[in-house]
Design a protein around this ligand. Structure first.
Ligand code: C5P
Length: 250
């Protein structure tokens, strides 16, 4: 899409179902990721995570953008304020429209990251990206979480506190489990973005995801966009699987 079309409200609800879905490119090399993208011509959004970025670097993000795709750069930055700011500036200059940062880096780091992302995008003539706060990784088991990290509040309360901290620091979104969407949405109304993985179309294999919702359920609960990986990337016909997800949302 043309840069001129980008806005600071990348997360506004849209009537086009294809805009809701972000395909997770969990691939270890650029060739495989680009082949997957080519197999789904209607795709609008992709997620580049640690595996692909570590293997293929900024070049794969540039290539995805050259192909007209919008990029969610999911590198979950967590560092001191100056380093968070520098990383978010670089990600924004690269053209990423969604960027993850760990909320537990604290308000000073989050505010610095937000300001730097806005500046970096502006330096390139791009709209400001949306920084998404990661609260508590859904892979944590609540008991182990308390035992190993010695954090007292219930995990859900702690996650809610971190989301509120991120919003107060000026961030415009968070990543959360589909089962947390309704509760967080009540506290953080739109246009605050809630992006959720853990999506499984009705009847599909849940694989290692435990707490899933269908695309339609997650949107109804208040999700802004949905990250979907294996139900599309692992399908015999990824374009048909993507179309089925869109049909569910249409
Ligand atoms: O294949 P699947 O649909 O499970 O992929 C979901 C994507 O979202 C993967 O890239 C995974 O790393 C990511 N993710 C997740 N759960 C979280 C955070 C991120 O599944 N809590």
């Amino acid at each position: 899409m043309a840069d001129a079309e980008r806005t600071t409200t990348a997360m506004e609800p849209t009537l086009d179902p294809a805009e809701w879905i972000i395909l997770a490119l969990d691939r270890g090399d650029a060739e495989a990721a680009l082949a997957l993208v080519a197999a789904v011509p209607e795709l609008r959004w992709v997620k580049v995570g640690l595996e692909l970025f570590t293997a293929a670097g900024p070049a794969v993000v540039r290539e995805l953008r050259r192909r007209g795709l919008r990029v969610f750069l999911d590198l979950k930055f967590h560092d001191i304020p100056a380093t968070m700011a520098g990383a978010c500036r670089s990600a924004a200059r690269l053209g990423a429209e969604l960027i993850t940062v760990h909320a537990c880096a604290g308000s000073e780091a989050l505010a610095a990251a937000q300001a730097a992302a806005e500046e970096g995008a502006a330096e390139e003539g791009l709209g400001a990206p949306t920084l998404l706060a990661v609260t508590v990784l859904t892979s944590w088991d609540p008991d182990r979480f308390h035992r190993e990290l010695a954090i007292e509040p219930p995990l859900e309360t702690y996650a809610g506190q971190l989301a509120a901290l991120a919003a107060a620091a000026g961030l415009n979104g968070a990543v959360c489990s589909p089962l947390e969407v309704a509760r967080l949405r009540a506290a953080l109304p739109r246009p605050f973005a809630l992006v959720t993985p853990g999506i499984r179309p009705a009847g599909s294999d849940t694989a290692d995801q435990r707490r899933v919702m269908t695309p339609a359920e997650a949107v109804a609960a208040g999700a802004s966009r949905l990250v979907i990986g294996r139900p599309i990337s692992g399908a015999a016909d990824p374009a048909a699987a993507f179309a089925a997800c869109c049909a569910e949302l249409g």
